[in-house]
Structure formats: structure tokens, C-alpha cells
Design a protein around this ligand. Structure first.
Ligand SMILES: O=C(O)C1=C[C@@H](OP(=O)(O)O)[C@@H](O)[C@H](O)C1
Ligand SMILES: C=C(OP(=O)(O)O)C(=O)O
Length: 448
């Protein structure tokens, strides 16, 4: 089968055909405002919950990117309808009796869809759905989730390699009950079980055998299940969760801006002795990357928080001599790792072993990139110690990873001669990223 070789590029991608780009350092501090696009995590949860609701949901503020495009296309193929009405998207949920008996869907490179969809498909007895993806996503961890689904009565069949995508999912007449699962590989496994739980034939209890990485993403799942009419009982330590059966109800919701994307703009100001005001944020959000505001403050930035905005002003010199545990907000480990190269002392980042299994092995990708730039890095099993030093020009691989590309772009705003290969990978979550940098006055040249 060759389906794994398909690319994640979608009609919502940008920079098609751009092989590399060159960034130029900022010569003067700036003071600007920016608005951030919708959250990938919130959009894909909303799409899936709306797609399995009994009516029409109306969502504003949704993200248009590769991850959300393929999620939408998948749900459409299964029978949901999506209609763009001015700045809202109206989603009418799938009528279970009309689900196709056999279907194949393509989910691109989206970890969210890969982990949220199998459980919910396992609640459907009459359909056998095959989930295909890019090669990158196919080889990320899935089996722990699939084994948990088997405990709950779902049929899971691998089409190529054991534990990898593509996978075929089918419900049975006896789904639900008790399940135990580890949470230390991916919080998305737990979110996926939770979202499926109300639709199983029996009430479901989930028991965690370990701590959860990035547990705040489970809070987002629980909050959004609530918004679509389902209540989850969860113990304080997340070890026990109980979900009653029920039907998702349609919701009318504004979706939150992406706080992970916001972090690159906060980091940009922090690094360049500049000021940025980021508007229309939910400063009470469960999105864990909000914690970066505090990390930047520890590194010397000045922070002003409003109820729906944050202002970050960078110091003349970023502070080092810090150890930062980023287990709870690990999508930003590469961002802080890049800033570390400019601090006044070494920075050690810990707690991020699981990001070796994200879009690429992010721990070794940052080691490789910083080493190429002449910076001293000691790689640990769960992070790095980065010692600032003289930085040299380089053409850097982006490892087909949006977060590598966005983090390393920060380097180019300080150091002359930074080029990034294959910048279109930012389309996974922020297709307009480089245009947004340009709108702040940063010089970005695209090379075909
Ligand atoms: O549930 C979510 O929306 C996410 C959970 C996290 O994944 P892991 O828990 O797999 O690390 C995070 O890295 C990802 O960007 C989004
Ligand atoms: C890990 C990430 O993505 P995914 O949703 O594919 O897991 C990420 O966006 O950093």
C-alpha cells in the first residue's frame, strides 16, 4: 500500500513550492500588536464533537490549517456536513444510521485526529473505517490507545506494521466498561478514550496507571465535552475518570486562539528587547502553553496580563542559570531551547522525553540544530543543557515539524544568515506564520 506516502499539504496550506526562506535580523526594537489564529487543539476537538452531535453546531474562531482541514474532510466523508457561513463554520453531526459500512479516511499528520477518532469510531458497530495518514504520523505511538480500546470491546486491525497506521476500527455489541491505560506517552490517548466514552454501549471507567504528560489537554477535553452536553467525573489526581452514556448535543461556541502559536510571538519580543501585545486571548485558558508567560518572566521579560490580552516586553539581556521543567507545556520546549542560546548563563530544560515521539524526535532535532549553529548543547534523555555562545550562520533543516520551523525562525531575527529549509511545514498549525512575522516588520525572503 502506498497511502502512507501522501503528504499533509492541504488546500489550507501555504508556501507550496517554497524550498527555503531567509530571515534577516531585526535592527530596531519594535512595539506591535498581533491577533493569533484559532487553536488546533480546540478546533479539532470541536469538529469531532460537533461531528458526532445530534444537530447543527455553530463555531467561530476555528483554525484553518492542515491538521484541521484533514479532520474536517474525514468527518465529511463519514457523513457530517460543514458549511462556512461568513466567519462561522456550521457543522451538522453524522446520522449514525447513515455511516458508511466501509470507508477509508486520510487524516494527514494530525496527532489529535489520530488519537481522538479511533475510540469514537469504535462506538459504531456497523462501520469498519480505515484510518490512513502520512508516514510521519503512521510511526508515532498509537498502540497503547488501541490496546485500551480493545479492552473496551473495540476491534482494531493493523493493515501494515503492528502498532502503526493505517488501522481499521470497528465497534462490537459489547463496548464500554473498565479500562486501564498509561498516560505518560501522550495525553491524547486519554482525551480519545474520554470523547468516545459516552457513546459506548455501557458506562465507562478509565483508570490511569501513571501520571499524564501535559494533563491540561485532558482538562480541555473535559471542558469541551461539557460544552457539548456530557459531564465527566474525574478524581483530583486524574487517576479515575467516569463517564455516563449520553448523546453529544450541538453547541454554539467561539473557539479560543492558539496559545502555542502565541508563544512564538511572545518569545520574539522577549528575544529582541521589544514589546508585543497579543489580543483576544483567553488568559484563563486550560491551554498549557500559557505557562510560557511565566517562563519568559523568569528569563527577564516584563509581563502585563489583562483578561483577554498579554503584553510581553523583552529585557536588554535574557537571563540564564535556570532549570525549567517543561513536562506540562512541552510543545514550547524548542522555543525556550532556542531562546536559551541568547541567555546570560546556561539553561537546562527537563521533563520532555515524550517529545522524542512528536512530529520528529524533537530532543535530537534541537541538539542537531543548535550544534550546527555553534552552540554547546548537552542532550539528556528528557531535555538539554544549553550554554550560550557565539552563533554562526546556517541553513537549517526543519524536520517537517512546524514547531522546529517556528522556533528556529526566532534565531533568524537575531543572527545574520539563517535560512530554513521546507518552511511550509508551519501549515500544520499556522499557515500564515511567516506572513505574520512580515506584518511585524521582519524581513522574510522566500526562495523557490
Ligand atoms: O490534546 C491535544 O490537543 C494535544 C496534546 C499534546 O500531545 P501529547 O499529549 O501527545 O504530548 C500536545 O503536544 C499536542 O500539540 C496537542
Ligand atoms: C505534538 C504536536 O502535534 P500533534 O497534535 O500532532 O500531536 C504539536 O502540535 O506540537
Amino acid at each position: 500500500m502506498t497511502i502512507n506516502l501522501k503528504s499533509a499539504q492541504s488546500p489550507w496550506s501555504s508556501l507550496d513550492g517554497v524550498e527555503q526562506l531567509t530571515l534577516h535580523p531585526i535592527n530596531q526594537p519594535f512595539n506591535k500588536e498581533v491577533i493569533i489564529p484559532g487553536s488546533k487543539s480546540v478546533t479539532n476537538r470541536a469538529f469531532i464533537l460537533a461531528g458526532f452531535s445530534n444537530g447543527t453546531s455553530k463555531l467561530s474562531g476555528y483554525l484553518k490549517s492542515d491538521d484541521t482541514y484533514w479532520c474536517m474532510e474525514t468527518l465529511k466523508k463519514l457523513g457530517a456536513t460543514f458549511e462556512i457561513v461568513e466567519d462561522e463554520i456550521h457543522i451538522t453531526g453524522i446520522d449514525s444510521s447513515e455511516l458508511p459500512d466501509k470507508e477509508q479516511v486520510f487524516i494527514g499528520s494530525a496527532g489529535t485526529t489520530a488519537r481522538f477518532l479511533p475510540g469514537i469510531l469504535g462506538t459504531q458497530e456497523k462501520s469498519e473505517i480505515t484510518i490512513t495518514s502520512t508516514e510521519q504520523l503512521a510511526v508515532r505511538p498509537h498502540q497503547t490507545l488501541h490496546e485500551a480500546l480493545k479492552q473496551l470491546g473495540v476491534e482494531v486491525k493493523y493493515l501494515e506494521e503492528e502498532g502503526q497506521l493505517p488501522v481499521t476500527i470497528k465497534g462490537t455489541p459489547q463496548t464500554g466498561g473498565k479500562v486501564s491505560i498509561a498516560g505518560n506517552q501522550s495525553s491524547q490517548f486519554i482525551s480519545g478514550l474520554l470523547m468516545a466514552a459516552p457513546l459506548f454501549n455501557r458506562p465507562t471507567e478509565i483508570e490511569l496507571t501513571t501520571n499524564i504528560v501535559q494533563s491540561a489537554y485532558v482538562d480541555i477535553t473535559i471542558e469541551m465535552m461539557n460544552q457539548f452536553g456530557i459531564k465527566v467525573d474525574v478524581s483530583e489526581d486524574y487517576k479515575h475518570m467516569k463517564v455516563e452514556q449520553g448523546q453529544y448535543k450541538p453547541a454554539t461556541l467561539p473557539l479560543e486562539a492558539d496559545l502555542s502559536t502565541a508563544c512564538y510571538f511572545m518569545a520574539l519580543a522577549a528575544l529582541n528587547h521589544s514589546t508585543i501585545k497579543i489580543n483576544h486571548l483567553n488568559m484563563e485558558s486550560h491551554q498549557p502553553d500559557l505557562e510560557v508567560v511565566d517562563i519568559l518572566e523568569r528569563m527577564g521579560a516584563t509581563v502585563e496580563k489583562g483578561s483577554d490580552y498579554v503584553v510581553i516586553s523583552g529585557p536588554e539581556q535574557l537571563k540564564g542559570d535556570l532549570t525549567i521543567d517543561m513536562n506540562a507545556c512541552s510543545d514550547q520546549a524548542l522555543t525556550i531551547g532556542t531562546l536559551a542560546a541568547f541567555a546570560d548563563g546556561p539553561i537546562t530544560i527537563t521533563g520532555v522525553e515524550h517529545i522524542r515521539h512528536h512530529e520528529c524526535n524533537r530532543v535530537s532535532a534541537l541538539t542537531e540544530s543548535l550544534t550546527q549553529l555553534g552552540i554547546e548543547v548537552i542532550e539528556h534523555h528528557d531535555g538539554w543543557t544549553i550554554t550560550p555562545g557565539q552563533i554562526k550562520a546556517a541553513t537549517l533543516d526543519t524536520f517537517d515539524d512546524h514547531r522546529v520551523a517556528m522556533s528556529l525562525s526566532l534565531m533568524g531575527t537575531k543572527v545574520d544568515g539563517i535560512k530554513l529549509l521546507d518552511p511550509s511545514c508551519v501549515s500544520k498549525t499556522c499557515p500564515n506564520y511567516f506572513e505574520m512575522l512580515k506584518s511585524l516588520g521582519i524581513s522574510v525572503e522566500y526562495n523557490e
